[in-house]
Design a protein around this ligand. Sequence first.
Ligand code: ADP
Ligand code: MG
Length: 466
Amino acid sequence: MWIPQMNSNNLSKNNFVLEEESIINWSQVQLSFQKNFGLEIYNSWLSKLSLINEYHDYLVLEVPTKFFRDWIVSRYLDKILEEIKKNKQSINRIEFKVAEDLRNTEHLHQPFKANVRDIESSSINYNRLNPKLNFDNFIEGESNKIALNSAKRICENLNQYNPLYIYGGVGLGKTHLLNAIGLELKDRSNVMFISAERFMYHFIKSIKKNDMLNFKDLIRKSAVFIIDDIQFLRGKEGLQEEFFHTFNSLIEKNSQIIVSADRSPNQLEKVQERIKSRLSGGLVVDISPPDLELKKKILINRIANYQNEFKESVTISDDILNYLANEVTTNIRELIGVLNRILTFSRVHKKDLSINECKQIIKDVYNQTKVLTIDKIQTVVAKYYDLTLNDMLSQRRSRPLARPRQIAMYLSKQLTTRSLPEIGRRFANRDHTTVIHAVKTINKFYEQNDEIKNDVNKIKTLLLEH
Ligand code: ADP
Ligand code: MG
């Protein structure tokens, strides 16, 4: 029997990975709304939000009316998300359900109930196929044509190429395509759809619970195994080992494997050669950034969907479409985000927007979604403590260096989406366990030591102001 190479003692001592999966504390979130939005806004709007459902990366909230939803989305969405993320970092999206609609359509209650059960048994709920990400609404363009056709061909005829490996940059449609394959096949085959991060989470959890055999069994039962964002496996030795075994046994029994990543197999860092060559052994296709034509098609399609959904006509002029498609260069997720914002504004203000107003909205969107990088955090922390970056990152352990270093690691975990090993690497190649230790230490100090708490809060303000 294969034994995990990861040090399971170490793992069972930390509860970090499990923490990520914690159930959100909604009353805590409400309290932070109250504090950070002010009582007036809180009482009129935010106190009326209720939590219906919770998933790994998004929440479903109930709002009383459509108008209420539009108002909140156009004014407070980013800040709401920000507050929620403080409570549960993995959340990156919010879906609103309108209470009137919920009452009117009885059938909506059924999925709702089913989903509640999902949460209760979330440890066995690996499959999170999103019904909205299907082939019908995936728009074809020059940049994704080959990937789309390969994905469709796999569905018609399994095992033509194994694995199918789709790669490309952020927000270009990889998850959408993988999800579409899952939807297409799920009624015919036993499909498992999982992100590499969740694979890792369940893997570690099953080591802790001494449940490895069940975990492997579950995966090996799948006839179609779809794994998203495989680049997350890099460097995680035990996981790679397990993945490789799973991979081989799935291929041996003729299961179809579909993989996505942000880069090609041979560009994966810290992934064993034999895994890379296995990954390249089927068909490797890429999705490149969209051209203007595709961006416009996607916008037009989204607007049509929006009109259908709201039974309202919206006119967005050609000029504006061109403007948006030119302005948002590569990331389709961002493009759709900006469009949604514009649609909501024009709904709330009941008018078509001018180019200038759109410019303002785009500016707001970019300002609010400011991305913090580890570099930035390191620089700001070092400056705050009057250290050079070299000293702060050095291997020396004296407290005046170690504490700021730990604070920088802690903030990197809290304020970026980087994984623990990635953070470790960026701190002069430290191990992920060092990062875990730093996070725990600062967490503890934050509770018990006012000076550190003040420092952390001041640094955070500095980071968010710049
Ligand atoms: P990735 O996984 O590559 O980061 P996603 O699959 O999450 O990207 O896509 C980001 C967003 O863009 C999603 O909302 C997705 O539905 C949308 N999208 C991407 N490509 C297309 C396309 N060709 N047609 C329609 N929507 C798309
Ligand atoms: Mg994705």
